[in-house]
Design a protein around this ligand. Structure first.
Ligand SMILES: [Zn+2]
Length: 278
């Protein structure tokens, strides 16, 4: 991750925040997926001391690119899907105390059994909704690679690597850069381009998909207990649901799906960030 990308990233977030302000003035919303949740905000960067103490506590060294992102862009910032989470959200929505001390030191293996719902040797660094997360591998030969983590139910559970067609892994820098490039595209689902799975799969087991499958009646308001994934988000728009209320437990962590109440208005289905997010 070079300094030019970091500068471009900060600059894009700034201009998008201005754009959001302009839209708000006219009671409009940014239709891009996740935009009304993270609002292109950027939390203060993590300090080297903080990152080092995290690494010492868990006995790992974070991949360089990820470390650079959280220490030079922000420890939580607007980006793909519902944004890049703060480091302390690494095991969202579970508490860190629930994991064995060597959990992150174990060599990541996509077929290994989960512990507490998480794949050992990787952190959840981005929430895509509906219990889908993106993983950054922190231990083992696959260290530094990105994976799509599906934790919805037994049938769908699994982790899938993000690779280019020539079998090269997608790097975090490429991933963030891809999001920046797609910001210029019209349409709400620019995040789709970051993971072809969203365009290929219909996640019929998700609560929102099940609801639409169960009734033909028009639905104007939906209450769900977590942020909708891109697939469900598209369904909500297709069915012209005017309001989505996400009920959740109070929590301190941005990105934690249990942490906010969310309202969609103006015929747009989208999410509001929690109050404490600056
Ligand atoms: Zn979903």
């Amino acid at each position: 991750m070079n300094s030019q990308l970091i500068r471009r990233y900060h600059s894009a977030l700034r201009s998008r925040r201005r754009w959001m302000g302009f839209l708000r003035f006219f009671s409009l919303t940014d239709p891009r997926f996740g935009a009304r949740w993270h609002q292109y905000h950027c939390l203060p960067p993590a300090t080297d001391e903080y990152v080092s103490s995290f690494e010492a506590h868990w006995g790992i060294t974070l991949p360089d690119e990820y470390r650079t992102a959280i220490t030079q862009i922000g420890d939580g910032f607007g980006g793909p899907f519902y944004g890049v989470s703060p480091l302390e959200d690494w095991c969202q929505p579970t508490a860190a105390e629930d994991f064995p001390p060597d959990f992150l030191q174990r060599s990541f293996d996509p077929s290994a059994a989960r512990i507490g719902g998480l794949a050992p040797g990787a952190i959840r660094f981005c929430n895509a909704g509906c219990e889908h997360y993106y993983l950054m591998v922190v231990s083992g030969p696959l260290r530094g690679t990105l994976w799509h983590d599906i934790d919805v139910d037994v049938e769908e559970k699994g982790v899938l690597g993000l690779w280019y067609s020539d079998n090269q892994p997608v790097s975090l820098a490429d991933w963030l850069n891809g999001w920046l490039e797609n910001l210029s595209l019209e349409g709400f689902h620019s995040s789709y381009f970051l993971d072809p799975l969203w365009t290929k799969c219909a996640f019929q087991n998700h609560a929102i998909a099940k609801l639409f499958n169960a009734t033909d009646r028009p639905i104007t308001t939906i209450t769900v207990d977590q942020l909708p994934c891109p697939y469900c988000f598209r369904l909500l728009r297709e069915h012209r649901v005017r309001r989505v209320i996400v009920t959740s437990l109070p929590g301190k962590d941005y990105g934690n799906p249990k942490s906010a109440a969310i309202l969609g208005t103006q015929g747009k289905v989208d999410v509001e960030p929690r109050e404490a997010y600056p």
